[in-house]
Ligand binder design. Structure first.
Ligand SMILES: CCCCCCCCCCCCC/C=C/[C@@H](O)[C@H](CO)NC(=O)CCCCCCCCCCCCCCC
Ligand SMILES: Nc1ncnc2c1ncn2[C@@H]1O[C@H](COP(=O)(O)OP(=O)(O)OP(=O)(O)O)[C@@H](O)[C@H]1O
Ligand SMILES: [Ca+2]
Length: 503
């Protein structure tokens, strides 16, 4: 695309062209009078173009002008505008998992992302991970202050590693004991960017609206920021893990446990193990206690979803800040009511965000909020296979997946779970399980009886304990994202050539 530079003073021209406020460095090609990138082979200005389904493209436009003086003014004005954009990262630390998803992480980064970072003059230190926990351990050692953000290339597991590294490092540096479930955690202000290259990519999809490496790279470049709730998971005053997407016991725990043995199948492993787990139809007995989230305005049955600039998330942040001011570090929660539910469950799912992903475009809880300090607790009680299938299918379409007599949903700020087996017998749950049912049920996966215990699926990783205590920490960390943008009703708006953000 070619455009002539309009006459007049450049800063005003920038706004009259609708170039937005963000721009990166452009240089002047003196001979041809072009505004050009420093990139030697291509002239022009690069910008973000929004397409359908939340996809962003990088496009370029070439400006020309015979008046060299005017060109100089433009270059200067754009440079100054760029300097004013303090939210844009200049230096990033990048971790690539070469084995996530379809094992394309390295190629995706090199071919689609690195060229964009270099166009936007972002410098990077790249680490290709050699083993699990490489990124997490590394984040405890690096000089983190050198960077404006950390990028992970991989799936939810890789993101979880980076998040654990950053949050853990933050608590360590501030002298906070992560094993104390009541400790007020210190917010992590260094943003994480996710370049999706995993099997589910639920965190990316739920915060951007699409799993697309180019779109995510552009959100990083323009310096977006989206706060995110994080749940801490403890057992007996021992820290187990943090979770941002799904904490699932029963159905999703069993799928994960089975699918780990089939990693070689790639993303298909979840369908295979999902089908197997669906047929086994195991239910689990236990007690779940929770504190309802009273500070937030929303409810899990709301029709509206969390979108860019969500007022419910903003309101919750304020409410919680006021509460904290009032009580200081003392925890008011202890005095608040706990609800207790005993039962037989096919699935217990606690989600901090909608958990939308390509398999379930609206997610496990479409009205869950990214940053409201609450999680949605979905209890699917024992029911027939057919009814469970009806519920599962609704996760893939527009119908209400909670509209069943065997499904309950609550918005909570903390919860605890103990399985009947551990309640009855205290310790050594594994042995008891094996003695009672383990052998029989594993040999007859279709028998439907309640085997020993399920496993918790914590953002795609298994937890060692079935008895857990969970607390949601409002906006504990930030992503290079802006939440899902409201879909423009008028499709034509996507086809005109408006320039959203200069790179
Ligand atoms: C009839 C089709 C019904 C399909 C229902 C699909 C619902 C899919 C909901 C996906 C929710 C993902 C939540 C995100 C979890 C992530 O933190 C985690 C880490 O990446 N991913 C998984 O645990 C990976 C979880 C992967 C789950 C795959 C579930 C596949 C179920 C297949 C059931 C087949 C029944 C067929 C009966 C004829
Ligand atoms: N070099 C490596 N070798 C083996 N495992 C690794 C390596 N680097 C990271 N990992 C681990 O691989 C696990 C899975 O990675 P990742 O999340 O990227 O892919 P995935 O499991 O296919 O996708 P998803 O989590 O979206 O389902 C992570 O938990 C991470 O700890
Ligand atoms: Ca939330």
């Amino acid at each position: 695309m070619e455009r002539q530079l309009p006459a007049g003073r450049p800063p005003r021209l920038v706004s009259s062209l609708g170039l937005g406020q963000r721009c990166s460095e452009v240089t002047l090609d003196q001979e041809r009078g072009l505004l050009a990138w420093r990139h030697p082979r291509r002239g022009g200005v690069y910008y973000v173009k929004k397409a359908r389904n939340h996809r962003w493209w990088c496009r370029d436009v070439t400006f020309w002008c015979v008046d060299e003086n005017l060109c100089n003014q433009w270059t200067q004005a754009l440079k100054e505008l760029l300097e004013m954009q303090k939210c844009r990262p200049k230096r990033l630390l990048v971790y690539i998992n070469p084995y996530g998803g379809k094992r394309q992480g390295k190629r995706i980064y090199e071919q689609k992302v690195a060229p964009l970072f270099s166009l936007a003059s972002i410098s990077t230190d790249v680490v290709i991970t050699e083993h699990a926990n490489h990124a997490k351990d590394n984040l405890f050692e690096v000089n983190i202050n050198k960077y404006d953000g950390v990028v992970c290339v991989g799936g939810d597991g890789m993101f979880s590693e980076v998040m654990h590294g950053l949050i853990g490092r933050m608590q360590k540096d501030s002298g906070i004991d992560q094993n104390n479930p009541k400790a007020p955690l210190v917010q992590c202000n260094i943003r994480i960017g996710i370049i999706p290259a995993g099997s589910t990519d639920c965190v990316c999809y739920s915060t951007v609206g699409i799993s697309d490496p180019v779109t995510s790279a552009l959100h990083i470049i323009v310096g977006d920021s989206q706060p995110l709730d994080v749940s801490s998971v403890h057992h007996n005053n021992t820290f187990l893990k943090y979770s941002v997407s799904l904490l699932g016991y029963g159905f999703y725990g069993d799928i994960l446990k089975d699918s780990e043995k089939k990693r070689w199948m790639g993303p298909m492993r979840y369908d295979y193990s999902g089908f197997k787990t669906f047929l086994s139809h195991h239910y689990y007995e236990g007690t779940i206690s929770f504190q309802p989230a009273k500070h937030t305005l929303g409810s899990p049955r709301d029709k509206d979803s969390c979108r860019t600039g969500c007022y419910i998330c903003k309101e919750s942040e304020q409410q919680l800040a006021e509460q904290q001011k009032k009580c200081g570090l003392k925890n008011e929660e202890d005095e608040e009511e706990w609800k207790v539910i005993k039962g037989k469950f096919l699935a217990i799912n606690a989600v901090n965000m909608s958990c939308a992903c390509p398999r379930s475009p609206k997610g496990l809880s479409p009205a869950a909020h990214l940053a409201d300090g609450s999680a949605d607790l979905i209890l699917v009680r024992k029911c027939s296979r057919f009814d469970f299938l009806r519920h599962l299918v609704r996760n893939t379409n527009q119908n209400d997946q909670f509209d069943f007599s065997f499904v309950d949903v609550y918005r909570v700020k903390s919860f605890q779970f103990t399985s009947k087996l551990s309640e009855d017998n205290g310790s050594n749950v594994a042995d008891i399980g094996k003695k009672r049912f383990g052998q029989f049920c594993r040999d007859h996966p279709a028998c439907c009886c309640n085997i020993a215990d399920s496993t918790w699926n914590c953002d795609g990783e298994t937890l060692d304990s079935s008895a857990i205590e969970v607390r949601v920490h409002c906006q504990l960390m930030k992503l290079f994202a802006r939440g899902i943008e409201e879909n423009c009703k008028d499709e034509a708006a996507y086809s005109h050539s408006s320039i959203e953000h200069l790179l």
